[in-house]
Design a protein. Structure first.
Ligand code: GDP
Ligand code: MG
Length: 445
């Protein structure tokens, strides 16, 4: 696995101060091989390795992990990001908030799993969101394709548009939309025809249907087992049809995750679901973290990464202690504390020692500060420049507006954050006057 490869490369580097460019490049060669083995498209692998290299060079080596482990964490985080994930591992959603009916159009090659996935998504919308769903098959090429959808509809108890022989896809789409409107459906799912290969007639048909149906979602269905082919298909479709997302089917097979990585990079669109079997409930929200793990060779990687993350927290705490001793406390310190509060459910390592923090913590335990607010604070600090973080007194009215805009918050929110920081910075100065953290501990006995 990748972690084995990296372990070998990095064993001799233990104890150095920072990851050098040569170290990182050696490691990234192994990463590149691992990605290609996982079936990631070559240009995507190249691009990824370049980005990860840039991130890794110059990072301080943590004392409690080997440089190899640290690179695994950097690569893992970069993979998750490339797969469309975030720290909170949010799942991509369907955007169906329009005057009903919302239209979801499924496109892709023949045999990729469009019809199956149409019924799976319809079932999911019905059972989880209580939506009234109508499905229509526009596949007039394959014999009995429309009947196939009707059969699945009966199976999952979702309505299908009555079949009218001889109608063409655009006509069927028009009729489906009409029926969905008249009969008060929330969602209309359009299952389209595929071809064995991408051809212009297919693309023209997709475009004509999309013009008539104006879908909120156009989901490209791709078979994750087809590897490099899947990448070509995705490139072709995304150039011609305004896709909103991707569904990867057959993730239950021995797909090595490479298709997922390439897919996201090539289409620029989120992977919204993963098909994990032939049964109607075998559809999952897509989890970037899990797929990243699969590409990295999983197993021990998760624990490695967790250990690395713990070490990062420890470094944070040590940095904090040394700054406390000097009576300093800037926005980056505040962010480190907020991060700890979030991870530990309100109980940061140093929180108890800092008066301002205690108040915030009490508010959090009483429910007044929840996870959402902590994430918002983090977003505000992210929107600050480095100078502003080091010297929050620079943040004037104009800067407040910019920070609020950048973080999707209000100037009032920014003011609250600044006030909180000010209280904590003051507390820090008082601690310094009392002889620093050590003196305070001594006083507390
Ligand atoms: P379409 O031509 O794109 O409409 O593809 P179909 O929906 O007819 O699917 C073709 C075959 O793939 C069927 O036998 C499905 O049961 C199967 N299939 C679809 N999705 C999955 C999946 O996620 N896992 C597995 N194992 N089989 C799937
Ligand atoms: Mg079909």
């Amino acid at each position: 696995s990748l972690s084995d490869r990296l372990g070998g490369v990095f064993d001799r580097l233990r104890g150095r101060g920072a990851l050098t460019e040569a170290d990182v490049r050696a490691a990234m060669r192994e990463v590149r091989v691992a990605l290609l083995e996982a079936d990631v498209a070559l240009p995507v692998a190249r691009q990824f390795v370049d980005a990860a290299t840039e991130k890794a060079i110059g990072q301080n080596v943590l004392r409690s992990v080997t440089p190899g482990q640290q690179v695994v964490k950097i690569v893992n985080d970069a993979l998750v990001e490339l797969l469309g994930g975030s720290a909170g591992e949010e799942e991509a959603q369907l955007h169906l908030a329009v005057t009903p009916p919302a239209v979801v159009m499924m496109v892709g090659l023949q045999g990729s799993g469009k019809t199956t996935t149409t019924a799976k998504i319809a079932r999911r919308l019905k059972t989880r969101e209580n939506k009234k769903v109508l499905m229509a098959s526009l596949d007039v090429n394959r014999p009995a394709a429309q009947e196939q959808l009707a059969t699945l509809g009966t199976q999952v108890d979702v309505a299908t548009l009555p079949i009218v022989a001889g109608q063409q896809p655009v006509e069927i789409a028009r009729r489906a939309l009409q029926s969905a409107k008249l009969q008060g459906y929330d969602v209309l799912m359009l299952d389209t025809a595929g071809r064995l290969h991408v051809d212009q007639a297919l693309m023209d048909e997709m475009k004509a249907v999309a013009d008539v149906a104006t879908p909120q979602e156009i989901l490209l269905v791709v078979d994750s087992l087809t590897g490099q082919d899947a990448v070509n298909v995705a490139t072709n479709f995304s150039e011609q049809v305004p896709l909103t997302g991707v569904v990867l089917t057959r993730m239950d097979g021995d797909a090595r995750g490479g298709a997922a990585l390439s897919m996201r990079a090539v289409t620029g669109k989120p992977i919204k679901f993963a098909g994990t079997g032939e049964k109607m409930d075998a559809l999952e929200a897509f989890h970037p973290g899990r797929v990243a793990g699969r590409i990295l060779g999983m197993g021990d990687v998760v624990s490695l990464v967790e250990r690395a993350a713990e070490a990062v927290q420890q470094e944070d705490a040590e940095r904090m202690a040394s700054r406390l001793a000097k009576g300093q406390f800037d926005m980056d310190d505040l962010r480190a504390q907020l991060g700890q509060m979030r991870r530990m459910g309100g109980l940061g390592a140093l929180a108890g020692m800092i008066p301002g923090m205690k108040k915030a913590q009490a508010a959090m335990n009483s429910g007044a500060i929840d996870e959402r607010i902590l994430l918002r604070m983090d977003a505000m600090i992210t929107s600050m420049t480095q100078k502003e973080r080091a010297k929050p007194e620079l943040i004037n009215a104009k800067r407040k507006i910019r920070i609020a805009k950048g973080s999707g918050t209000t100037v009032q929110d920014v003011n609250k954050l600044l006030k909180m920081h000010q209280e904590m910075a003051n507390a820090m100065k008082r601690i310094k006057k009392m002889g620093g953290l050590k003196g305070m501990m001594a006083m507390l006995g």
